[in-house]
Design a protein around this ligand. Structure first.
Ligand SMILES: [Zn+2]
Ligand SMILES: [Zn+2]
Length: 152
């Protein structure tokens, strides 16, 4: 969502809500390399900068790190991003540029979303994973085992 922040008068505040399907870089390991996010919040003018405060809920799918079963996962988080016409390098805030009077709220949302995507996914806390010998899913076959190789 792009907001024309130049129209925000001093001290004014604008409520925003949007949903978006984001392309997520492959290294995050999501199925389809995408995530759906719903973002609600507001952007307000504060001393010549624009402060975007929002809550987001994202959903995505990935393979269980142990057994490779597709898993649905999600993240709910709050974030605060600042937009400025001339971001200062030593700024401690999460600052994004205002280009042509516009602030790209989607860009701020996705960079916060990337932080929330887990490194590992598990289908359940005690997923038993795959048999190291034959690759069978040990969750489906708890008694699974192989007898040690016999000498002929
Ligand atoms: Zn699993
Ligand atoms: Zn096996």
């Amino acid at each position: 969502m792009i907001v024309d922040v130049e129209k925000l008068r001093a001290g004014a505040r604008l409520d925003v809500a949007f949903t978006k399907t984001y392309r997520i870089p492959e290294e995050y390991g999501l199925i389809g390399n995408s995530a759906d996010a719903r973002v609600t919040g507001h952007i307000a003018e504060e001393a010549g900068r624009y402060v975007f405060e929002a809550e987001a809920e994202a959903s995505f799918r990935a393979e269980c790190s142990r057994c490779l079963t597709p898993v649905r996962a999600g993240a709910a988080f709050k974030f605060r991003s600042v937009f400025a016409t001339e971001p200062e390098k030593e700024d401690y805030d999460d600052v994004y540029p205002v280009a042509d009077g516009k602030a790209d709220l989607s860009a701020a949302a996705v960079s916060n979303l990337l932080i929330e995507i887990p490194v590992k996914f598990l289908c359940s806390k005690d997923c038993k994973g795959l048999c190291p010998v034959c690759g069978a899913n040990l969750n489906d076959d708890p008694g699974h085992g192989h007898s040690p190789p016999q000498d002929a």
